[in-house]
Design a protein around this ligand. Structure first.
Ligand SMILES: [Zn+2]
Length: 610
């Protein structure tokens, strides 16, 4: 079973890369681009930066203390993509492994002298995830032996004692290695790492122990806090441990933390993280659009966590958040050419980028960067897109559930299904039975789809009028029967654009609105001499017209262009209104498309005109 996550129990079982084949479409195109372009792009930059050379012992070591992990993330991407370069890169990595399984190009000779910042266990975590991917896609080889030897070394060194790593990820990696090998010490090691954190297990640091979730034991925490990627990787590992040990209390603790975090600490795009300083969550309702951090990796971690919770509980809200995050964060993190990336994903950008020699290393101001000094995001995008089919559908005692819609084929038992759709541009999803069998097919109706319908069309029926159509509410719409080849289910999701308002407790968004259509968040973008966005206001409820540009659906509404006089002081003793600027048509584009036309300003949330 070719899956990044394969729990031994849970309400749902994932259908992996061997059961879900993705074909051209919104995600199929991105998965293909990733395989053909992004993986090679990452490889090229890791060579250029000397991070692969570190494994060859070439000259003084280069890169940050955790750069080994980027090669491991890339190896995981190669494993899922069955990429021909994997064996040679794995051979290069293997050269550095020491006799007892230790492997790190930075800390050899001063092992485990800085668990707070050294990232040694973090690097193993990514190595082990790459090993698991290889085991599931290919079987045992050089890479998988390197990974399991490293895991054995970790168990010998850390099973007793109170230590853990400043950056979680090894927890979920060890549980997955347990799942694929059946070796129980990997699960026990993961369980101990989870239970140690928060006792505390690490030294205090200037950011505070909350930065690496060592402030409170995970069972007692109320909400996700601190460094977002750390928090969400840890929570993913905690779910894995809870599921494999049957620890209901632990699972419930993470569910409650997720619920509060989604209700109070998540941006409309699904992005998480409001603070640049320590890449952390903000407090409840601290969700500034312009200072949003929303690291691309954090969104990937959020997808990993939501997927695990979905498998454990079958609760649709996890699939809903995954959809929001896939379309508005993962798809935004990488440019349409697959060669440049956003690290932070704010919802408002006030100043366009000023590139140097054509490259914008900060990836701010609407111009993605081909690489970063800390290049977690590109490699994380690569491994996630390479394994994306595993996130789309599941099986369970009750049959097949399809959670995310993109063209492709799904096989489970006797059933073989083809999904035909122009989603997310078009709201019609047809699930056609290619090979029949008995069972239930469940289709997710997203939370935003308040007037969806589902039609069943029998193979024998010649006219579409023979369909049985019914209204379906958000959640899962089920049809159970003896399926025959040619039968079809047609889900119609309402794609009318809709105005969206923020909770009034989100101070930074008060007085603003935005627009969504289907799963997509929209934004206004200004490039070159297009009208500036600093003083644009809209009238919620005003008509939103649709304009097709290629396959992309853009929207237009009437806006008011403000014209505030320049003044010496931006405050006064009476309210500031929009003083009657001219009306103008405002073009809105899907947020994930922004930043593909050069340096730009952008805003998702738009002030409401008087
Ligand atoms: Zn990152």
């Amino acid at each position: 079973m070719a899956n990044p996550v394969l729990p031994s129990s849970g309400v749902l079982s994932p259908l992996g890369l061997d059961a879900v084949r993705i074909s051209p479409g919104f995600w199929g195109d991105r998965v293909a681009l990733n395989r053909e372009v992004t993986i090679a792009h990452c490889r090229e930059w890791e060579e250029r930066e000397g991070w692969i050379g570190n494994f060859r012992g070439e000259g003084p070591r280069r890169g940050r203390e955790f750069s080994d992990s980027e090669i491991y993330k890339l190896l995981e991407a190669m494993a899922w993509a069955d990429h021909p370069d994997l064996p040679e890169l794995a051979e290069t990595v293997a050269r550095v492994q020491e006799g007892d399984g230790y492997i790190n190009t930075r800390w050899s000779g001063s092992r485990y002298t800085d668990l707070e910042w050294g990232h040694e266990l973090y690097c193993y975590g990514h190595l082990i995830q790459a090993g698991v991917a290889r085991l599931r896609m290919h079987g045992e080889d050089r890479l998988t032996r390197v990974a399991t030897r490293a895991a054995d070394h970790v168990c010998r060194r850390f099973m007793e004692g109170t230590e853990t790593c400043g950056h979680p990820v090894i927890e979920m990696a060890l549980v997955e290695l347990y799942r694929v090998t059946g070796v129980e010490r990997y699960l026990e090691m993961a369980r101990r790492f989870v239970e140690r954190r928060g006792l505390p297990a690490l030294a205090d640091i200037p950011f505070g122990r909350g930065y690496f979730q060592d402030d409170v034991p995970v069972r007692q925490a109320q909400v996700f806090r601190g460094h977002v990627v750390r928090a969400l990787y840890l929570a993913s590992g905690v779910v894995d441990v809870a599921v494999e040990t049957g620890d209901e209390e632990l699972l419930k603790a993470v569910e409650a933390q997720w619920e509060r975090t989604v209700a109070r600490r998540t941006h409309l795009t699904g992005g998480m993280g409001s603070r640049h300083q320590d890449e952390s969550f903000g407090e409840d309702y601290e969700l500034p659009p312009d200072r949003a951090y929303n690291e691309t990796c954090a969104s990937i971690a959020s997808i990993m966590l939501a997927h695990r919770l979905l498998l454990a509980t079958g609760d649709v809200r996890y699939a809903d958040l995954t959809e929001r995050t896939l379309y508005n964060m993962l798809a935004t993190g990488v440019a349409l050419d697959g060669r440049s990336f956003f690290y932070a994903n704010p919802l408002q950008v006030r100043v366009p980028a000023v590139p140097h020699d054509g490259v914008n290393h900060a990836a701010e101001g609407g111009l993605r960067s081909p690489w970063f000094d800390v290049s977690c995001c590109p490699n994380n995008v690569a491994r996630t897109l390479a394994s994306l089919p595993a996130y789309l559908a599941t099986s369970g005692a009750d049959g097949v559930r399809i959670h995310q819609y993109t063209p492709g084929e799904i096989s489970h038992g006797d059933l073989r299904l083809r999904v035909e759709t122009g989603y997310p541009w078009d709201g019609t999803v047809t699930v056609r039975v290619l090979e029949g069998g008995a069972g239930r097919i469940s289709l997710r109706v997203p939370a935003w789809a308040s007037s969806a319908t589902l039609a069943y069309q029998e193979a024998a029926a010649s006219s579409p009028d023979a369909r049985e159509t019914r209204a379906v509410a958000p959640g899962y719409a089920d049809v159970e029967r003896e399926w025959r080849a040619g039968d079809a289910l047609v889900l119609e999701l309402p794609m009318e654009p809709r105005w969206t308002y923020p909770d009034r407790r989100i101070d930074a968004l008060r007085g603003c609105v935005t627009v969504e259509r289907g799963p997509l968040v929209y934004c206004a973008e200004s490039v070159g001499d297009e009208p500036p966005l600093a003083e644009v206001a809209v009238r919620p409820g005003a008509p939103l017209s649709e304009h097709a540009r290629g396959e992309v659906v853009e929207l237009e509404t009437e806006a008011v262009l403000g014209a505030s006089p320049a003044g010496p002081w931006p405050y006064r003793d009476r309210p500031h209104g929009w003083n009657g600027g001219p009306a103008a048509a405002l073009r809105l584009i899907p947020y994930h498309r922004w930043g593909n036309r050069g340096p730009a300003t952008m805003r998702v949330w738009l002030p409401v005109a008087d």
